[in-house]
Design a protein around this ligand. Structure first.
Ligand code: NAP
Ligand code: MG
Length: 404
């Protein structure tokens, strides 16, 4: 079989635990037999991050800036327990947070649907993509416990020393206060990423906040989105026949539940955190959720939305058979191959990625799946297989459709 050729490399970011095992199985069985794969490899396994004082993560982020396309395996974000488990020098930061801050990106999460698993919401027919603003608000907030009688104020001291202040509350008794912020620049980047993504996938973009209550804070989000839309995207949206639609967050939720799906829902940081778990669970499984980080300059990092599946890894280490679902990780690879193919004008590579995605869906539709999906099928119960067998079934389907 002739191997497909590539022009430019993809940034390949290896990771940890069970997903690292799957990563190599996917490459060996589903990609290397068909593609003369060009990658620039970065090992973000926890041991190598520790050995390089996390420099490897920064290098990987910068490589995506240079090469434009990356694919990332799930990685451990260490806590105290992990620090002891892997004898780490420090509690290294989340690699995703480091890469996100280098790329200044927005994360888009989309479920992979199959006919035999029905979403919990009966009207949903097409995937709903959540675009989460991944900066500021309560994630960078400060809080105070108010012990008793006294006044709490919001105070801004400008560089020239002038002061603007607002009373938050004259406390008569114990209570709480919170201060949060965001930056126009970050909201603008978020807006650009969302409008660009909507154009790429040719879907409507929804955006929701609570600007009736939060007139200045959420009102600024709304105003920036409106301005970015009018100044840069309205013409192209009209040409492509897609819409930008703003509504209040509570109205958006009601509409999402009644919708058929098939659009992008841009959410503020907290709303995106909560709504992406609601949407992914209602569509089926975390193992069927893809994720792509898109920067305002048009750099793309593809990954699975789930973590390193630690409990399965411990079983694997004991020599037990595991049935971990590789679907989202395979789709991370196909996403990166497709984008590379589009940027480098390689239709063969794009077609191969599509055929690999189709093969995964066909195997799942034929009633062969991993354990996480076993109880979700409608009708005839599926055959639950190991990760290896699942990947072998996919390979057989890919081989059947490759041109000789
Ligand atoms: P997780 O790895 O996503 O796993 C949580 C549970 O979800 C698993 O125990 C498993 O349930 C199920 N699951 C997730 N992915 C699956 C798959 N592909 N196939 C089958 N089942 C799957 O989350 P976690 O246990 O909270 O985190 C583990 C490690 O991953 C942590 O060190 C965390 O820092 C890291 N993490 C990394 C990323 C990232 O790199 N993007 C994201 C999240 C977490 P059952 O055990 O019930 O089968
Ligand atoms: Mg969450």
């Amino acid at each position: 079989m002739e191997h497909l050729q590539m022009k430019n490399p993809i940034v390949e970011i290896d990771g940890d635990e069970m997903t690292r095992i799957l990563w190599h199985m996917i490459k060996e069985e589903l990609i290397l037999p068909f593609v003369d794969l060009k990658t620039e490899y970065y090992d973000l396994g926890i041991r190598n991050r520790d050995e390089t004082d996390d420099q490897v993560t920064i290098d990987a982020g910068n490589a995506i800036k240079r090469l434009k396309v990356g694919v990332k395996c799930a990685t451990i974000t260490p806590n105290e327990k992990r620090m002891a488990e892997y004898d780490l020098k420090r509690l290294w930061k989340s690699p995703n947070a480091t890469i996100r801050s280098i790329l200044d990106g927005t994360v888009f999460r989309t479920p992979i649907l199959i006919d035999r698993i029905k979403p919990a919401v009966r009207t949903w027919q097409k995937p709903i993509t959540i675009a989460r603003h991944a900066f500021g608000d309560i994630y960078k907030g400060v809080e105070l416990r108010i012990p008793g009688k006294g006044k709490a104020e919001l105070v801004y001291t400008a560089e020239d020393g002038s002061v603007t202040s607002e009373t938050i509350n004259e406390f008569e008794r114990r209570g709480i206060v919170q201060g949060t912020y965001n930056l126009d620049q970050s909201i603008e980047s978020f807006a650009h990423a969302c409008f660009n993504y909507a154009l790429t996938v040719q879907q409507d973009l929804w955006f929701s906040t609570k600007d009736t209550i939060s007139k200045t804070y959420d009102g600024t989000f709304r105003a920036i989105f409106e301005k970015v839309y009018k100044d840069h995207y309205q013409n192209e949206f009209e040409k492509k026949g897609i819409n930008y639609f703003y509504t209040l967050i509570d109205d958006a939720i009601a509409r999402v539940i009644r919708s058929k799906g098939g659009f992008i829902w841009a959410c503020k940081n907290y709303d995106g955190d909560v709504m992406s778990d609601m949407v992914s669970t209602a569509f089926g499984s975390l193992a069927m959720m893809t994720s792509v980080l898109v920067s305002p300059e048009g750099n793309f990092e593809y990954e699975a939305a789930h973590g390193t599946v630690t409990q399965h890894y411990y079983k694997y280490l004991k020599g037990e058979e595991t049935s971990t679902n590789p679907t989202a990780t395979i789709f991370a690879w196909t996403g990166a191959l497709t984008k590379r193919g589009e940027l480098d004008n390689l239709p063969g590579l794009v077609a191969f990625a599509k055929s690999l995605e189709t093969a995964v869906i066909d195997v799942l539709e034929s009633g062969i799946c991993t354990k996480d999906l076993g109880t979700l099928y409608e009708g005839v119960p599926p055959r639950v297989v190991s990760s290896e067998e699942f990947i072998r079934e996919i390979r057989a389907k890919v081989e059947a459709v490759q041109p000789n």
